[in-house]
Design a protein around this ligand. Structure first.
Ligand SMILES: [Zn+2]
Ligand SMILES: [Zn+2]
Length: 217
């Protein structure tokens, strides 16, 4: 099967599609929040959502309805007003996703809707855990917090880790350890953006993990 995206019957080419997911509780039910992104010649599809389950493979055979997700779902630069996603042939690494939906017009007063349909073959991966302190490389697990946020209209609770452990807060000038694996960055592998990293850093650890971002102030 080759993947496709159609808007009002016009077919747009899709080159790659990817889903990242993370455990998330919604209304006291264990589940996973997911973020789907497909790119091609002109179209970019992005859709977030939530489904019950504990791992990616639990999406197999699941239907997810998205309504009024606002900026959490869009197609070709326009908001998706509603969509039904059907997951099939899901493994821990791959999923086929069929989507039927409606896209809002570009002009806010325009009530017309475009018909959107897609069949995508997506790679699946969990959101990368960054569980090492960027200042000392130590574990962050015991400093995790649970936070609520809205994803595509679903109110979900997620475990969130800080970037720095409490003893490092206020004592770290630049990233020193890889947040993914905890190994030390070589000094020449750190790129500083803006004066003293005001706008952030890029760093690559010896294992190839990339950190890109600012230190919390
Ligand atoms: Zn630390
Ligand atoms: Zn690393």
């Amino acid at each position: 099967m080759s993947p496709w995206v159609r808007i009002d019957g016009d077919e747009l080419r899709v080159d790659a599609a990817r889903i990242v997911w993370s455990p998330a509780v919604c209304a006291s039910t264990d589940g996973i929040a997911f973020w789907l992104r497909a790119s091609g010649t002109r179209s970019v599809v992005h859709i977030a959502g939530w489904a019950p389950g504990n791992q990616a493979a639990d999406l197999d055979g699941v239907e997810v309805r998205i309504e009024n997700s606002g900026p959490d779902a869009g197609v070709d630069g326009r908001f998706l007003s509603s969509a039904l996603l059907r997951f099939g042939r899901v493994t821990s690494e791959r999923a086929v996703v069929s989507i039927d939906g409606e896209i809002e017009a570009l002009e806010p007063d325009d009530e017309t809707r475009a018909v959107f349909a897609a069949d995508l073959v997506c790679t699946i991966a969990p959101v990368a855990e960054r569980d090492h302190c960027i200042g000392c490389g130590g574990p962050l697990d015991r400093f995790s917090e649970t936070r609520d946020q809205f994803v595509a209209g679903f109110r979900i609770s997620q475990r969130v880790l800080p970037v720095l452990c409490p003893p490092c807060v206020g004592n770290v000038e630049a990233p020193r350890f890889c947040p993914t694996c905890g190994s030390a960055f070589d000094a020449d592998s750190i790129l500083t953006h803006g004066e003293e990293g005001r706008t952030g850093y890029n760093a690559r650890c010896p294992h190839g993990h990339v950190f890109s971002g600012a230190l919390p102030s």
